[in-house]
Design a protein around this ligand. Structure first.
Ligand SMILES: NC(=O)c1ccc[n+]([C@@H]2O[C@H](COP(=O)([O-])OP(=O)(O)OC[C@H]3O[C@@H](n4cnc5c(N)ncnc54)[C@H](OP(=O)(O)O)[C@@H]3O)[C@@H](O)[C@H]2O)c1
Length: 355
């Protein structure tokens, strides 16, 4: 079957990974975003704003995608606004594609906030969810833009007769510049600055995260699960967790990351500072480093998103993810997380994102 794929949010961290997997499968890949910067080579750009239905319809023109991969979000000040804006993006997209009736499957990427709550109520004390997080756990009684996006997909699937899948990654690791949340590039920039100025690479998070078990989601395994779910009848109309398949403790990973950079490290400390605080005055340092080492992005805040790494590393519980449902149905891909970091760090160095 020839896949004509539309990756929505194609320049983001998830969208880039999925684009790469689709190209590797021989799909014709169209990538929607407002700007083309960061699009994977081989992807045909569809420049459109999902919040502007008129230009969206015009930009989609005669495109008749068979498979749609929704990997987009737009961060708002409150979860109520997240719900309104992010569900509207999905609604506008699926309405614009409806008339052509070409879509066979829609895959939606959400995440573990499905279980942990939206950022404004993220794993707050009093309601910690049981871990490992399991696919059968019900929605929380809180507003959540993931639920609103899912509901848009379910409604359009009933209207237009396509199949769907939902994919819930943990923290995503992969290459993207200028996107909202990227722990891999954040830690890479932070470690590079520590090395440059002679500061220790100090873990910014909680004791539970330092000592507890964790997992992560490489964009490559996320892309593989999306391709699997969208092309296998057995997999359709289901919501899946997706993580690498190994588990680790940050007390194990942190010194290994420090060793990659050749920088001194410090583990969890009760009085340790969040990355946002540690990096607050680092933008001029990064700009000087960009000149000195010929780096491609002199704006630190397009490489690093410390607010997000602080939220994930600061959670008061360990967070592990169970992948029973897709494994039982035959999705058996595995990715080691230390290799995910090493592959990303090597690519960032080769591409002159870090020295
Ligand atoms: N990053 C993580 O660690 C992580 C972890 C778990 C779950 N997730 C979830 O994964 C999903 C995808 O997130 P992501 O991190 O991959 O996002 P991202 O890297 O921030 O990328 C967002 C993409 O959407 C596009 N976009 C944003 N607003 C748009 C608009 N109005 N019209 C058209 N395109 C627009 C952006 O391009 P332009 O700005 O050029 O338009 C970009 O291509 C989200 O639901 C997120 O919560 C992320």
């Amino acid at each position: 079957m020839k896949i004509v794929a539309l990756v929505v949010g194609a320049t983001g961290i998830a969208g880039r990974g999925i684009s790469q997997e689709l190209l590797a499968c021989g799909a014709e890949v169209h990538g929607l975003s407002r700007k083309a910067d960061g699009l994977v080579s081989g992807v045909r750009h569809v420049g459109a704003d999902l919040l502007d239905p008129k230009t969206l319809a015009r930009s989609l023109g005669g495109l008749k995608p068979t498979h749609v991969y929704i990997t987009t979000w737009s961060r708002q000040a409150t979860e109520a606004e997240n719900v309104e804006v992010n569900s509207r993006m999905v609604r506008n997209l699926l309405a614009a594609l409806s008339a052509a009736r070409s879509v066979q499957h829609v895959a939606l990427v959400t995440g573990l906030k499905h279980y942990l709550g939206p950022f404004e109520a993220y794993v707050k004390a009093g309601t910690p969810p049981p871990t490992p997080l399991r696919e059968e756990q019900p929605r929380l009684p809180l507003p959540n833009f993931y639920y609103a996006q899912e509901d848009e997909v379910y409604a359009a699937a009933r209207r237009d007769g396509f199949t769907w899948s939902v994919h819930r990654p943990h923290t995503i690791i992969g290459k993207a510049i200028g996107n909202a949340m990227n722990m891999g590039t954040t830690l890479a920039a932070y470690a590079s600055i520590c090395k440059e100025v002679g500061r220790p690479f100090a873990f910014p998070g909680s004791a539970a995260q330092w000592n507890g078990l964790s997992d992560m989601t490489d964009t490559r395994i996320l892309g593989k699960q999306l391709v699997w779910a969208s092309t296998n009848d057995l997999a359709k109309n289901e919501a899946y967790n997706i993580v690498n398949g190994d588990i680790f403790r940050w007390s194990w990973m942190w010194p290994r990351l420090a060793a990659w950079f050749g920088v001194e490290w410090k583990g969890f400390a009760a009085d340790g500072a969040a990355l946002e605080k540690q990096m607050a005055n680092d933008a001029p340092v990064w700009k000087r480093m960009a000149e000195k080492f010929g780096l491609v992005e002199p704006d630190l805040w397009r490489v690093a998103s410390p607010w997000h790494s602080d939220l994930d590393l600061g959670r008061p519980i360990e967070v592990m993810t169970d992948m029973a449902l897709s494994r039982k149905r035959g999705f058996l891909a595995y990715q080691g997380t230390e290799e995910s970091f090493h592959d990303l760090l090597a690519a960032l160095r080769t591409d002159r994102v870090i020295p």
